[in-house]
Design a protein around this ligand. Structure first.
Ligand code: CTP
Length: 403
């Protein structure tokens, strides 16, 4: 595989020496693209010797081979390690001021970054924003790890270990295409039930996990429809995914019913309101209309996934989610089993949520059970990782049911 390793100007550049060695040893054709600053930490001959390929920082070398775009075009995978705050900002802005910048703009290959910087820089709103933009664009982020930093201070900012970066990056390109031609509908986000023209009852679902499942399914060859209810602003669906935007539980149900017939796999990752306001006010409710307190009458919404299960056709796989507030792993499992049986779904992915866990986080932990309550997988890590673990489980039960 043609792997580009971008190295930028941080002390962790010395650790990328091991990263390049690991990739070369694994049999990959590695092309190192350092920035000028990176060469102040580790010299050009080291990179050339280890990668066994010529190394330059400049867009003006090897012009005959259009090197400034050729590397990006040829790449199957691009890793930037370490990725400094400055490089991450340049990537966010799309700057093409050196060979690494042009390579990153010219590539359609998966891009993995391994940030390394001091904790204050990592937590600065500018970096936080840049990371959000890059993640939304599909850039994969490994680390940073928590630990002692160069100045003796400690906190998040250490570049992840080379083995971890290599494993995460290679896993991306070595994903199976086991959903080739499969059609999958994923619901994501949280529904909102209007109270009046300006207010609603909602929930804290960001849509991150469902959007990650949609992207992962597209990576594995599926045709994907995403029924999206109020995704957080920084959660952007993959361009390969067809998006149907919905607002209320009723709209989400209608969209699911309309798309379910053609779907081989349905994943209900959306947080659907169980109740809707019985009488939605046509005008904004005024405090003087309900002095001292307001009682809202709610009516129960229909259970969408149970209806999909009742109408399931042969060969269709239906997956539900359960976000539960629980005291222990055993309690989560017990609730997952009960819910899977009650809904009659093929798989149910349960995760623990609370005031501080589950929703806006980049990471997740899933316990996946089948209809008989057997635990078929547990997964934790980024929402991309847990998405792939769920798709592994889906692919496995589909293969088993085909015999
Ligand atoms: N779900 C649905 N229709 C609803 C409510 C939920 O299809 N009206 C789906 C969700 O998308 C999820 C699964 O059912 O995949 C479980 O959602 P949850 O809210 O945990 O289930 P409930 O049946 O509401 O269970 P309870 O409130 O008793 O925990």
């Amino acid at each position: 595989m043609f792997v580009v390793v971008g190295v930028t100007g941080g002390i962790a550049a010395y650790k990328s020496v091991s990263l390049v060695r690991l990739l070369v040893k694994a049999g990959h054709d590695v092309h190192v693209v350092p920035t000028d600053d990176a060469l102040r930490f580790v010299g050009l001959p080291t990179w050339e010797a280890l990668s066994r390929n010529p190394v330059t920082t400049s867009v003006h070398d090897d012009v005959a081979k259009v090197r400034h775009v050729a590397l990006g075009q040829s790449a199957d995978l691009v890793i930037v390690a370490p990725a400094t705050a400055n490089t991450l900002a340049a990537m966010t802005a799309g700057l093409a001021s050196d060979l690494l910048g042009t390579t990153l703009l010219a590539t359609t290959a998966p891009v993995v970054v391994a940030p390394a910087m001091h904790t204050e820089m990592w937590r600065h709103p500018a970096t936080v924003h840049n990371m959000e933009v890059l993640r939304a664009r599909g850039v994969h982020v490994v680390g940073p790890a928590d630990g002692v930093l160069t100045g003796g201070d400690s906190g998040p900012g250490r570049m992840s270990e080379p083995e971890e970066i290599a494993a995460a990056a290679l896993a991306l390109v070595e994903r199976p295409r086991d959903l080739d031609g499969v059609s999958i509908v994923v619901s994501a986000g949280g529904t909102r039930e209007p109270i009046d023209p300006v207010r609603y009852l909602g929930n804290r679902s960001s849509g991150r996990q469902g959007v990650a499942i949609a992207r992962a399914a597209a990576d594995r060859g599926a045709r994907v429809t995403l029924v999206a209810a109020h995704l957080d602003a920084d959660v952007r669906p993959d361009p390969r995914v067809e998006v149907i935007a919905v607002g209320t539980a009723d709209e989400l149900g209608t969209a699911m019913d309309a798309t379910a017939d053609d779907a081989d796999v349905i994943v209900m990752a959306a947080a659907v309101a169980d109740y809707a306001v019985a009488a939605v006010s046509e005008h904004k409710l005024r405090k003087q209309d309900s002095p001292g307190g307001l009682t809202l009458q709610l009516t129960e919404n229909r259970d969408i996934v149970s209806a999909l299960v009742a109408a399931r056709r042969d060969g269709q796989t239906i997956v539900a989610f359960a976000a539960e507030t629980v005291e222990s792993d055993e309690e989560l499992l017990q609730r997952a089993r009960a819910k899977a049986a009650r809904k009659g779904v093929d798989l149910l992915a349960a995760n623990a949520v609370g005031w501080t866990r589950g929703f806006e986080a980049a990471d997740n932990a899933l316990t996946i059970v089948d209809r008989d309550g057997r635990v078929v997988a547990t997964a934790s890590g980024s929402k991309d990782d847990t998405a792939h673990a769920l798709l592994d489980a889906i692919a496995a039960i589909r293969a088993a049911s085909r015999g």
